[in-house]
Design a protein around this ligand. Structure first.
Ligand code: AMP
Ligand code: TRP
Length: 316
């Protein structure tokens, strides 16, 4: 039997190369290995914590589905769906709510960060890991390709699965493993910090040539004469270190030359993706249909698991 893969991205804005190299690419690679049944999700209910405008939510959802298709999601091998279409996710999250404690959720990084910044935290943000655990556990998921920032969330899913199985004395849920590749666990942005939509330091995955140029030119470099590490660390995503070393050594201090070379390499990589995306976007009506079909397939699997959970707790 095939192993099961599940991952998701929030429709909160254009994906960037950190999303791609950190997580999305691994999903497509494993899909193409033929060894996995893949569930790839537009995580709209989690995004509702950030996007509270209906036109924006609808557009970002369709856009992200197109993005997935443009990077190679193959509908013959993967199920593409949106989270809110499969009601088992929120239903199971409620069941989990009754076994997860508040102190446990208060240890979550995302919650602690928000609290440290004195932000007003809504219940959806506090509960975020519980819904994510439901997302993962409904599909008997073996592997969850994600970036480093999601490691704790996958650990929460494991803990919750174990706790449920223990309390209700039945192995309903399989324990998932995160898949985090070391060299891309934290893809750096143009300022050297983690690339993140919220830091404004991104290189969009489907960027135009002008956008790539603008982003690369904004990469922060020190005023020294050595190797500009912020440029090099992004460049490593597109060329091997062995190829890059001689280029960087021959051009120490010549930041403009090195940035131009990076622009060229990023554009060569993005251009086919960008073109494929442009083609797909012409038929965006079809995308709604693809998500509908995906929802049916995902629902079949998730509903069966939810029944198992409901029987285990005694409401069915
Ligand atoms: P998000 O856009 O927050 O829904 O993230 C989607 C996926 O991209 C998650 O698996 C994140 O862990 C991953 N990700 C986001 N930013 C980065 C980054 N800078 N480096 C590596 N992975 C990332
Ligand atoms: N929390 C993830 C993020 O911010 C998105 C997500 C929600 C997810 N549910 C998931 C990722 C299930 C993997 C599996 O990126």
């Amino acid at each position: 039997m095939k192993k099961s893969l599940l991952s998701g991205v929030k429709p909160t804005g254009r994906p960037h190369i950190g999303n791609y190299f950190g997580a999305m690419k691994q999903c497509i690679d494993l899909q193409n290995s033929g060894e996995y049944e893949c569930y790839l999700m537009v995580v709209d209910y989690h995004a509702l914590n950030f996007i509270q405008n209906k036109e924006e939510m609808r557009q970002l959802t369709i856009d992200l589905a197109i993005d997935y298709l443009a990077i190679g999601l193959d509908l013959k091998k993967s199920v593409l769906f949106k989270q809110s279409d499969v009601s088992a996710h929120t239903e199971l999250a409620w069941i989990f709510d009754t076994i997860v404690t508040m102190p446990y959720l208060m240890r979550a990084h995302a919650y602690k960060d928000a609290e440290a910044k004195n932000k007003e935290i809504n219940v959806g943000t506090f509960n975020y890991p519980v819904l994510m655990a439901a997302d993962i556990l409904l599909y008997d998921t073996d592997v969850v390709p994600v970036g480093q920032d999601q490691k704790q969330h996958v650990e929460y899913a494991r803990d919750i699965a174990e706790k449920f199985n223990f309390i209700f004395k039945e192995s309903v849920f399989k324990l998932p493993e995160p898949m985090i590749l070391n060299h891309v666990a934290i893809v750096p942005g143009t300022d050297g910090r983690k690339m993140s939509k919220s830091y404004g330091n991104t290189i969009p995955l489907f960027a135009s040539q002008e956008e790539i140029t603008k982003a690369v030119m904004s990469i922060v470099t020190d005023s020294g004469t050595g190797i500009p590490m912020n440029v090099f660390n992004i460049h490593k995503l597109f060329k091997s270190e062995a190829e890059l070393k001689p280029i960087y050594e021959a051009n120490t201090g010549k930041y403009k030359v090195l940035k131009d070379s990076l622009i060229e390499d990023i554009d060569a990589f993005i251009k086919p993706l960008r073109e494929r995306r442009e083609e797909l976007a012409k038929n965006s009506d079809q995308v709604a249909k693809i998500l509908e079909d995906g929802a049916k397939r995902a629902d079949e699997k998730a509903a069966a698991k939810l029944i198992q959970a409901k029987k285990a707790v005694g409401v069915l």
